[in-house]
Design a protein around this ligand. Sequence first.
Ligand code: ADP
Ligand code: MG
Length: 692
Amino acid sequence: MNLTAETPLVELRGIGPVRSRELAAAGYRLVRDLLFHLPFRYEDRRSLATVGRVDDEGEYLLSGRLEKLSRVRLRRRGMSMVRGRLVDDTGELPVVWFNRPYLVDQVSAEETYLLYGRVRRRAERLELLNPTCEPAAEALHSGRIVPVYNALGKLGSKALRRLMDQILDHIQLESEMPDRLPSELLESYSLPSLATALVTLHRPQGEISVERLNERRTPAHERLIYGEFFRLQLELAVLRSLETRERKTHRHDWGEPTERLLGELLPFSLTAAQQRVLAEIREDMTSPYPMLRLLQGDVGSGKTIVAALALMVTLDSGHQGVFMAPTEILAEQHYRTLERLLGRRFNVALLTSSSPEQSRLRRELAAGEIQLAVGTHSLIQESVSVRRLGLAVIDEQHRFGVAQRRLLQDKGVRPDLLVMTATPIPRSLALTAYGDLALSVIDELPPGRSPISTRVVAGSSRPAVYRWLRRRLDLGAQAYLVFPLIDDSERIDAAAVSGLGEEVRELLSGHRSEILHGRSSREDRARVMSEFAAGEVKVLVATTLVEVGLDVPRATIMVIESAERFGLSQLHQLRGRIGRGSEPSTCVAIHGKLATDSTARRLEIFASSTDGFRVAEADLEIRGPGDLLGTRQSGVPLFRVADLVADREWLEIARKDAREILRSSDQRDDLRPLLAAVEKRAVDRHQRFAGG
Ligand code: ADP
Ligand code: MG
């Protein structure tokens, strides 16, 4: 038998049509695929004991002949038992197997076997229970460091071990799985070739530490981890260059006079982090190539102000700007901010689907009379055109797809693009999910913010919480009450606005409260929000609608009901609505039954930290990358071996290397096959995004 990387698994011994369908369903079709199904654990079954040494319970590897094997009838139906004894030069030990009656016929009295299993004490006697049993000459499951695999369909660890053995015995791995990574990089980190790494991981041999294997910290593991990161980062670098390699057609003047103007516009001085980010943006906006930058910063860290300054530069240079937000409430809020800052010098307009005179606004935007348009999805409608777009800004970009981002960019000719997010994403995840964007981070809050203290309490404390809230309202406080549901549900055990929410409003009667959720009409929402912002409404009873971007500095209290229903990042987002003024703020999270440890852990972290990046790191550890960005559609590639949390140092290295390699790739013939593969994937991704 001669196997290649492309051999279908169905051609392997032990794989029939049924199994191969199961494997295909799990994503494994070819030998190549299966080779990347790595053991998740290793057991050290190397040290051979002798029967005479077995004096207590524990795991043992023993070798010897098997004698007096016989089936024993059991009363329980469907159960069978085989008894026998293992004999070596030092003594003999009883062995018991359940439900393996065939052993009696298979075992030969002359052969030496390796047995691995647990010795237990029963009625003062020691016996070996259900050990693995195989001829010592061809031991696969004992007598070595044994790889343990996650099952694939009905194929368990043992079956997979046999399959891997079959494959490795019949394949020329070095030629079948050639290593495409630049060899000088592998050498510089002392990493083995792909083939060597795979052999080591499936058949660990020689002086290799089982601990290192189990920690995924062998050079073989690191070769695969680095390789996965490197390929993706190379792909993202290619993708980025597809988008940014053509010169832009507009120019930004951003010299001393502009800096002075920015200084005059600002009612306060920028934090060090804001200054650093503005300098990064300036670098991009004055470069001949388009900016493609993601600005991350916790809620209230002052991203909008930075975006406003960048927009001012574009307007001052004679171009137009657009600013797109995910909801009308936010668009209106941003419009007010931008109008206040820029309105005296520039023509700023709000364009949403409820704006009056939309067709006039669109006409003026197309004619270049409106210099800055703030709006929602309305901005990317086909009927909207922008005469000379210099800078497009997208707020809360995770609410938009890449296709929508492209539509906005396409309103101009290679405009500069700044996307913002208040959902802090750990750097490792950002480099993966948004690796084609340049990253800026504001990691510092403006001065004068008061801290938020957070309490997490069980439902039994609810009466006390609302008594406390009432007292605070009596003293003039304003509060958000957040519920996961609008209506009570039979299926979901969680508090609802129309259920518990109404009871609570009753409880707080005398203080004006209003309800806000996804089914409220647009007019109601706008009215309630502005009355809450003005301090007329004291209590806002809402769903997560209040999550994004709302800025009401005088609201200092938030009570979150059924807090266990929310993800950690979402809780953090919600909490960001308070702590925006000079008064200290309090967030109380009331939870119901905590079904899992990770739920309890989530709330614990929530209570212990208000640092968005710290919270996001913890969330990534608990939930994994796909979930953190809102399930699989997030476009975060799932790695086979690499782990964004544990291996983030390799990610940084791989990113740097990938970018350098791409820069020098013109002179490197040896990189052709790798780049061809990567470019194909990058173009596919590019088109998929562009096509929506
Ligand atoms: P974000 O968009 O990141 O949520 P904003 O730009 O809306 O944050 O800023 C939040 C609040 O902080 C706003 O009221 C803004 O005017 C104020 N602010 C921003 N930067 C500063 C600063 N450097 N000094 C003082 N206040 C600031
Ligand atoms: Mg914001």
